[in-house]
Design a protein around this ligand. Structure first.
Ligand code: HEC
Length: 133
């Protein structure tokens, strides 16, 4: 019996890695669909359209993340850690890679301050609906 333990140990490690990989791939390809979409306010709906056209290519549908950018519906981006100012700054100045391994975010000069505000409203409503306050 004793001889089997190392094999079980190795299998357990392999299983943990497999599950972790699945979870990680799911989170980064945006296909995991774990973002709950609430009924959006009118301003958030406008933000959703601007987001879909300008941000979703990297941040994914419903800000759930993609292979090119992180999810914004994520604890890291809760208001107390990334306040609204960090969204304005990301749009105006871009972002140097620091939290993830996706590379830098280019600035988004086509987004007006008004549209940035609508995007923030949209992302905050998504965050709240997913337990991120
Ligand atoms: C070309 C891909 C790309 C596009 C387009 C893009 N982003 Fe990003 N964004 C990124 C990446 C990558 C990061 C993560 C950088 C890091 O922390 O490593 C990021 C980070 C952010 C952050 C976090 C800023 C911080 O202070 O850490 C915000 C907010 C953000 N993006 C908002 C937006 C919004 C809003 C749009 C659309 C107007 C947008 N992004 C479009 C790639 C993109």
């Amino acid at each position: 019996m004793k001889k089997r333990y190392p094999i079980i140990g190795i299998l357990a490690v392999v299983a943990v890695i497999a599950v972790w990989k699945l979870a990680f791939t799911g989170a980064s390809d945006g296909a995991h669909g774990s973002v709950k979409v609430p009924t959006l306010s009118a301003a958030a709906e406008r933000g959703e359209r601007v987001f879909a056209a300008n941000c979703a290519a990297c941040h994914g549908k419903n800000a759930a993340g993609s292979n090119s950018g992180p999810p914004l519906v994520h604890k890291i981006y809760e208001p107390s850690h990334h306040g609204d100012g960090s969204f304005i700054s990301a749009v105006q100045n871009g972002v140097r890679q620091h939290h993830w391994g996706y590379g830098n975010m280019p600035s988004q000069p086509s987004i007006s301050p008004r549209q940035a505000g609508q995007i923030i409203t949209y992302v905050r409503e998504l965050q709240r609906a997913n337990g991120i306050n």
